[in-house]
Each structure stands twice: as structure tokens, then as C-alpha cells.
Design a protein around this ligand. Structure first.
Ligand code: IPM
Ligand code: MG
Length: 354
């Protein structure tokens, strides 16, 4: 399996090191030959080439079986114009690889119930929500600009969706719902936005091909509230790029920490982009403090979706649970009575349980 690896900025390189540890063990155990090629993207790429996503990086990624990404961004590059910032590289690689469906599972490990920001009685016997976020359209890619107006400068961004873009991500979400509880919640703002009205129409149309899945709709403001009021009502969520960005951060805190959530971005083929949903956390970079679990769980998703090995994916997830069962915690999920470990040690503990 050829994997293009983007360590990126901040804590990126240190969490990616833990991914390698895992993959080495998984490769040995399941007889899989992983071949890595590290490529530049984000701030490091800007420093070395002047561009957040050099052409060579995209080429190598396109020729790989999967792309594993740490994180990009940092204060150092914040004053650059929008299209030259590290985040522009991230958006460009998603677009360039055509990975329009971003799967963000928010799973609460039973070991971390008290790390959740919600009360135990709201969490019941756990949380398992799958957010399917549209990833290559909408306002993050729409027309934008500035102009001089009567009241000083004006700036605009545009939310635009085509039927094709909505339909293909809706199908991914329905397929996932079909394999889970057969419930799908589409989240929009159809009481105000025309793009949301089209979103809803298309999702309802696609639903006709999935009579076994029950579809419901919710406005995004209500969804933000319901997620903290009663998160257990959600199973699979499908939503636009910007709403998915916001709601997935919210969902992550329900699971205890932003440091726990992985993601898989998929397109039409088996090539996928795998990354933790958290950012580059420059404030703790290089201090052996970062939680590598989101990245390790992203590796599990990579093995599942791009390699098709359920068995190896499950082994990684169980190894994470085993390390948590034994009481190992990074600082973000630390609780009294547990054993505080750094990034490297957490990586070692998990890898050794494969
Ligand atoms: C995410 C991040 C990115 C996004 C940023 C860094 C561009 O917040 O993956 O959720 O908005 O998609
Ligand atoms: Mg985000």
C-alpha cells in the first residue's frame, strides 16, 4: 500500500510519528507492505517552496493509495494573503483529490465518559455519531472578494451548491446509514438559505432510492442545540461543508477531546485522505503533549476504507481501547487516578497492543 504522508506543521510531525509506529506493527502482523513517501504541504511547504500545496505534492498524492495528513497551519503564516495560507493548501488538496465526502465519527469511549463536557445521564451508555460533511463545495470554495462600498470596505463569500454535489454526498451518507441504524439526519438552514432549500430537495429525492432508511431534517441552529441537549438522538448526519465543520468540532467535545476525532475524506474511488479533525496546536508543538489518538484512529479509517481491511482496522481500534483501559491518558483527557503519558509513550502503548 503506497501512502503519501504529510506531516505538516505544529504537532503534525510528532503525531505522524505515532502513526508510523502503528503501521509498522499492523504491517508485520497482517503481512501488509506499507510504502511511505513524505511530501510537503502547509506552512513547511510555504517556507520551502512559497506555495502551500506544491504541484509535486498533489501529483504524488494522486498516485498513492491513500494520503495521511497530520495538521497544517500556525501563527507564522497568518498574515499571508488567503490563497497563500496553509489552510488554502488543505482546501486545495481536498479539491484536487476529489474527496467530497468527509466522514467524521464522534465516538465516546466508555473509558472517557467523565472527560466529556456533558453530564453522564445525558450520555447514557455512550455516543456514536457519524457526521458526513460535504468537503469540496459550498462557501469554502465559492466566489469571494472585497469591494469599496458606501460604508467602507465590503467583503463577501458565496454559498453555492449544485444538485450533483448534493446528490453524491447524500448517497454516501445514505449508504452509511443503511449499514448502521438506518436513520439519516440532514442538517441545513432551509428556512433562510436558497442553497439549503436545494440541498433539502435533492436529499429528499435521493431518499427515494433508500426506502429502508428513514430521513429527517433539522435546521443547523437547532442541531447545534440538540447536540448538547440530547446527542443520542443522532446517528448519521449529512450536512454542508461549513455546517459540518462547525458541528463536528462541537461533536468532538462530547467525546471528551478534540484530540480524539479522526476523519476520512473519500471520493469516487478508493483513494482517501485521512486526518485528525484537530489543528496543528502550535502552543503545544514539540513538547510531547499532543494526543495521538485522533491520528491513530485516522490510520484505522485508512486501513478500513482505502485498504479494505476490516480486521486490521478493528485491531487498531481495540489497541486504542486497551491503552485507555489500562489507564493511560494524555493531558487533554487526563483524570485523577489515571497515568499521564506524553505523545510518544501513548503511541508506544497503543502500538504494542497490536
Ligand atoms: C477542519 C479544519 C479546516 C476546515 C481548516 C483548517 C481549513 O477546520 O478540517 O475542520 O475548515 O475544513
Ligand atoms: Mg474544522
Amino acid at each position: 500500500m503506497k501512502i503519501a504522508v504529510i506531516p505538516g506543521d505544529g504537532i503534525g510531525p510528532e503525531i505522524i510519528r505515532q502513526a508510523y509506529k502503528l503501521l509498522d506493527r499492523v504491517g508485520a502482523k497482517y503481512n501488509i507492505d506499507f510504502e511511505y513517501q513524505e511530501v510537503l504541504m502547509g506552512g513547511v511547504a510555504i517556507d520551502k517552496t512559497g506555495l502551500p500545496l506544491p504541484e509535486e505534492t498533489l501529483d504524488i498524492c494522486k498516485k498513492s493509495d491513500a494520503v495521511l495528513l497530520g495538521a497544517v497551519g500556525g501563527e507564522k503564516w497568518e498574515s499571508l494573503p488567503g490563497h497563500l495560507r496553509p489552510e488554502a493548501g488543505l482546501l486545495a488538496i481536498r479539491k484536487g483529490l476529489g474527496v467530497f465526502a468527509n466522514l467524521r465519527p464522534a465516538i465516546l469511549f466508555k473509558q472517557l465518559k467523565s472527560a466529556s463536557s456533558l453530564k453522564e445521564d445525558v450520555l447514557g451508555d455512550g455516543l456514536d455519531i457519524m457526521v458526513v460533511r460535504e468537503l469540496t463545495g459550498g462557501i469554502y470554495f465559492g466566489d469571494r472578494g472585497r469591494r469599496q462600498g458606501k460604508n467602507g470596505q465590503e467583503a463577501w463569500d458565496t454559498e453555492a451548491y449544485s444538485e450533483m454535489e448534493i446528490e453524491r454526498v447524500a448517497r454516501v451518507a445514505f449508504d452509511i446509514a443503511r449499514k448502521r441504524s438506518k436513520r439519516l439526519m440532514s442538517i441545513d438552514k432551509a428556512n433562510v438559505l436558497e442553497s439549503s432549500r436545494l440541498w433539502r430537495e435533492v436529499v429528499i429525492r435521493v431518499a427515494q432510492d433508500y426506502p429502508d432508511v428513514s430521513l429527517s431534517h433539522m435546521y443547523v441552529d437547532n442541531a447545534a442545540m440538540q447536540l448538547v441537549r440530547n446527542p443520542r438522538q443522532f446517528d448519521v448526519i449529512v450536512t454542508s461543508n461549513i455546517f459540518g465543520d462547525i458541528l463536528s468540532d462541537e461533536a468532538s467535545m462530547l467525546t471528551g477531546s478534540l484530540g480524539m476525532l479522526p476523519s476520512a475524506s473519500l471520493g469516487q474511488g478508493s483513494l482517501g485522505l485521512y486526518e485528525p479533525i484537530h489543528g496543528s496546536a502550535p502552543d503545544i508543538a514539540g513538547q510531547d503533549k499532543a494526543n495521538p489518538i485522533a491520528t491513530i484512529m485516522s490510520v484505522a479509517m485508512m486501513v478500513r476504507y482505502s485498504l479494505g481491511s476490516q480486521e486490521a482496522a478493528r485491531a487498531i481500534e481495540l489497541a486504542v481501547e486497551a491503552a485507555l483501559d489500562e489507564g493511560y491518558r494524555t493531558q487533554d483527557i487526563m483524570e485523577p487516578g489515571m497515568t499521564l503519558v506524553g505523545t510518544e509513550e501513548m503511541g508506544d502503548k497503543i502500538a504494542s497492543r497490536i
